[in-house]
Design a protein around this ligand. Structure first.
Ligand code: ATP
Length: 388
C-alpha cells in the first residue's frame, strides 16, 4: 500500500514546459484521475511517477521514500496503456505471466497467480488463445491482468479505454472501478473524458496548460469550480457564460447590447458581487427554468434547436436579435415542456446556483459552495418528481 507525493515537479523539453509546479498527494488506496484537454501534461505527470520521464525539477516520493532517481523497474509501478502494448506473438497466458517470468518467479507460483488473475478478470477460457484472436475488450482485460499480476504498489493507467467502443467502455469502466476497490491499489488514471473521470475517481486532478487547476472530489469540481476553465471543462452540456454588468439593485444586464437579457438576482446572491461592476456569469444548463408563458423577472429567448434526451431535452435558446447582437444559451429541461423551434420562452435562473467569474483572471468570485451543493441536490430531486 502506497502513498504518492509529487513536490514542485516540472518537466521541460527544451524551452517548452510540459508540466510545472505539480504538487499532488495521492493517498494509500486512492483512485486519482488526471483530467484535462490534449497536451495539458497528464501523460507526462504519469510517466514521471513510472520513471519513464525524468523531471527537470522537483521530487516524487512513494511512502515517504524519494524515488525521483530510482530506475522504473524498482518502483513497483504497473502501467496500462491506451494501445494495450501486449506481445502479439504470445498467448494470453504468456502475456499475463511475463512480468513474473522477468522477475524470476518459479513456474508453480506463476501458474497459481495466472489462475487467480484470470479468474478475477473472468477469462480463464481465453488462456491459451493468441492475442491476435481477441476482441479489443478482451485484450484490455489481458493488459489489466498483466498489470495486476505483479501486485504493484501503484497502478498507472493512460487512457486505457480510449480504443474501446462506447458499450465496452461502460462495462470496462465498472470493472476497473470494482477491481481498484477490491485490490485497494493506489491508482493514477489519465483521461480527457470528463464523464469517465466523474464516474470513476475519488479524487479529480483537473489540469490545463501544464498546471493543476483544481484537486477535489467529482462533487467539488462540479459545484465549486475554482475558475472558469474548470467550470467549462466539467459538466455536459457545458456551463453557459455571459459577460454581465451588475447595478446596486442586483440587476444583471448583458454587456452586449441586448434588452432581453436583464435579470434581478436575489439580494443574498447579489451580495457576492458587490466588489464588481462587471463579471462573467456562469449558469449550468439544468439551473434555468423554462416557462412557456411570460413570468416576472425572466429572460425572453427564442428556441433554436431542441434535442430530446430520454426524459429530458436540451434546448438551445437565442436571446437577442439573430441578425444583430445575441447570446446563445443552452438549457436542460424536462421533456414535458413543449418548445419548438421559433417559439418564445422565458427563462428564470436558480439564483443560488449561479457562479461569477472575475473577467480578468477567470477566478471564481465569492464562496457559495455549501448553499450551492445543498440547493443543487434539492433542485435535482424536485425536478425528478415534478418534471422541471
Ligand atoms: P494527450 O491527452 O494528448 O496525451 P497530455 O495531456 O497527456 O496529452 P502530454 O503528453 O503530457 O499531454 O504532453 C504535454 C506537453 O509536452 C505537450 O505540449 C507535448 O507536446 C509535450 N511533450 C510531451 N512529450 C514530449 C517529448 N518527448 N518531447 C517533446 N515534447 C513533449
Amino acid at each position: 500500500m502506497t502513498k504518492v507525493e509529487y513536490t514542485d515537479i516540472e518537466k521541460k523539453y527544451g524551452d517548452e514546459i510540459a508540466i510545472e509546479n505539480i504538487n499532488l498527494t495521492v493517498d494509500d488506496g486512492e483512485f486519482a484521475i488526471l483530467l484535462g484537454p490534449s497536451g495539458c501534461g497528464k501523460t507526462t505527470t504519469l510517466r514521471c511517477l513510472a520513471g519513464l520521464t525524468e523531471p527537470t525539477e522537483g521530487t516524487i516520493e512513494m511512502d515517504g521514500f524519494d524515488v525521483t532517481d530510482i530506475h522504473p523497474k524498482n518502483r513497483n509501478a504497473a502501467m496500462v496503456f491506451q494501445n494495450f502494448a501486449l506481445y502479439p506473438h504470445m498467448t494470453v497466458r504468456e502475456n499475463i505471466e511475463y512480468p513474473l517470468k522477468v522477475h524470476g518467479v518459479d513456474k508453480e507460483s506463476r501458474n497459481e497467480r495466472v489462475q487467480e488473475v484470470t479468474e478475477m478478470m473472468e477469462m480463464p477460457e481465453l488462456l491459451d488463445r493468441d492475442i491476435d484472436n481477441l476482441s479489443g475488450g478482451q485484450q484490455q482485460r489481458v493488459a489489466l491482468g498483466r498489470a495486476i499480476i505483479r501486485r504493484p504498489s501503484v497502478f498507472l493507467m493512460d487512457e486505457p479505454l480510449a480504443n474501446l467502443d462506447a458499450k465496452l467502455k461502460m462495462s470496462m469502466r465498472s470493472r476497473i472501478k470494482v477491481l481498484q476497490r477490491e485490490l485497494g491499489i493506489t491508482t493514477l488514471y489519465v483521461t480527457h473524458d470528463q464523464e469517465e473521470a466523474m464516474s470513476l475517481g475519488d479524487k479529480l486532478v483537473v489540469m490545463n496548460d501544464a498546471h493543476i487547476q483544481q484537486i477535489g472530489t467529482p462533487d467539488e469540481v462540479y459545484h465549486e469550480p475554482v475558475n472558469r476553465f474548470v467550470a467549462s471543462f466539467i459538466g455536459s452540456p457545458a456551463m453557459n457564460f455571459v459577460d454581465v454588468t451588475i447595478d446596486s439593485d442586483g440587476v444583471l444586464r448583458a454587456t452586449k447590447d441586448i434588452d432581453e437579457f436583464e435579470y434581478r438576482l436575489d439580494s443574498d446572491v447579489a451580495d457576492r458581487y458587490t466588489d464588481y461592476d462587471e463579471f462573467v456569469l456562469g449558469v449550468r444548463p439544468p439551473y434555468f427554468t423554462v416557462n412557456t408563458d411570460p413570468v416576472d423577472n425572466a429572460i425572453a429567448g427564442t428556441v433554436e434547436v431542441t434535442e430530446p434526451q430520454g426524459d429530458q431535452q436540451i434546448i438551445d435558446v437565442i436571446v437577442g436579435d439573430e441578425d444583430g447582437e445575441s447570446i446563445e444559451l443552452t438549457v436542460v429541461a424536462s421533456n414535458t415542456i413543449e418548445a419548438d423551434r421559433g417559439d418564445t420562452i422565458w427563462l428564470t435562473i436558480e439564483d443560488t446556483l449561479v457562479h461569477g467569474f472575475d473577467p480578468q483572471t477567470g477566478d471564481r468570485i465569492g464562496k457559495q459552495e455549501t448553499v450551492s451543493r445543498t440547493k443543487a441536490s434539492q433542485v435535482a430531486t424536485e425536478r425528478s418528481t415534478e418534471g422541471n
